[in-house]
Ligand binder design. Structure first.
Ligand SMILES: [Zn+2]
Length: 299
């Protein structure tokens, strides 16, 4: 089992310097989800292209890309195989060729046997991929998007234990620095004395060497945390809120809670607490934020 976990952990190695490369992990998560449905099924490129494109748009960085790259290149990692109507082997990364040749991929045969032999392996592989490439706030959405069902029991306590302990301390420090208010909208809900719907967001993701410190954190309400992790919201120069031009919402709620925030200064932190460091802010803008920011909203 450990061999396979090591192998998929290595999908990270060529990224380096905090650059996100979620293409292979997303394809692999998608393939694991489909394997749960049908262990021998093949994924025809032409049939899954749209699904994979959507995943890359929603969970990848803003740069243009095609699912053809991971579909072809994942073969060299030993976890994936591709054949065409002509026989075994991938035709390369040409989209037209992948479609026309009837290219179809699936998990490598050795991996499929290992997954049959050790049913716990699938969940552990998925956890490694999720932990190494995405922040926890996106894990449930991603599992749903790729059709993966992970039981809480499959979670490896050794893998997530230390991080949960660290996260709790960071949460307290960040929430206090921002005086229990969302840095984007000022939301400050409580039940009794306990804050509710407020979270400590990592600006540079923990999975990409983002430290658990106040200058890498923001106190955000649950909605703004999700939109920040999905690249709809960002922090621009001068610590103002950026709203992606890709975001569209016609309702009064969408305008009030999202588009109207464009250009507003962040709320907090309190005097003496560290603001978001420029290096972390710049990482988020490059690696997570989608496209260009909208101009400042007129009020
Ligand atoms: Zn908020």
């Amino acid at each position: 089992m450990d061999d396979w976990l090591e192998r998929i952990a290595k999908l990270r190695q060529w990224t380096g310097h905090g650059v996100r490369a979620p293409h292979k992990p997303l394809l692999l998560l998608y393939a694991l989800g489909r394997f749960q449905e049908d262990a021998d099924g093949e994924l025809r490129y032409s049939a899954v292209e749209e699904d994979l494109k959507r995943l890359l748009i929603e969970y990848g960085p803003a740069n243009k890309t095609t699912p053809a790259y991971p579909f072809h290149h994942l073969v060299s990692d030993g976890v994936w195989e591709v054949r065409t109507d002509r026989g075994p082997g991938s035709p390369g990364t040409g989209v037209l060729e992948l479609r026309a040749s009837g290219a179809a991929g699936r998990l490598a045969p050795e991996l499929r046997s290992a997954l049959r032999r050790e049913p716990a392996l699938l969940g552990r592989m998925a956890r490694v991929l999720l932990d190494l490439h995405f922040p926890p706030s996106l894990h449930p959405d991603l599992c749903e998007a790729v059709g993966l069902e992970l039981e809480a029991a499959e979670t490896d306590p050794l893998l997530v234990g230390p991080r949960q302990r660290r996260d709790r301390r960071m949460r307290e420090l960040v929430l206090t620095a921002y005086e229990y208010q969302c840095a984007f909208c000022g939301y400050d809900g409580r039940i009794g004395a306990a804050p509710v719907g407020l979270e400590a967001a990592h600006v540079r993701w923990w999975a990409f060497d983002g430290p658990d410190v106040v200058d890498n954190g923001l106190c955000l309400c649950a909605l703004h945390h999700k939109l920040f992790d999905k690249g709809v919201l960002g922090v621009g120069e001068g610590h103002v809120v950026m709203v992606s031009q890709h975001f569209v919402g016609q309702s009064a709620a969408a305008r009030e809670h999202v588009t109207a925030l464009a250009g507003r200064p962040l709320i907090g932190p309190q005097a003496g607490a560290a603001r978001v460091a420029d290096g972390h802010r710049a990482w988020h803008t490059r690696q997570v934020f989608h496209g260009s920011p909208r101009p400042a909203a007129t009020r």
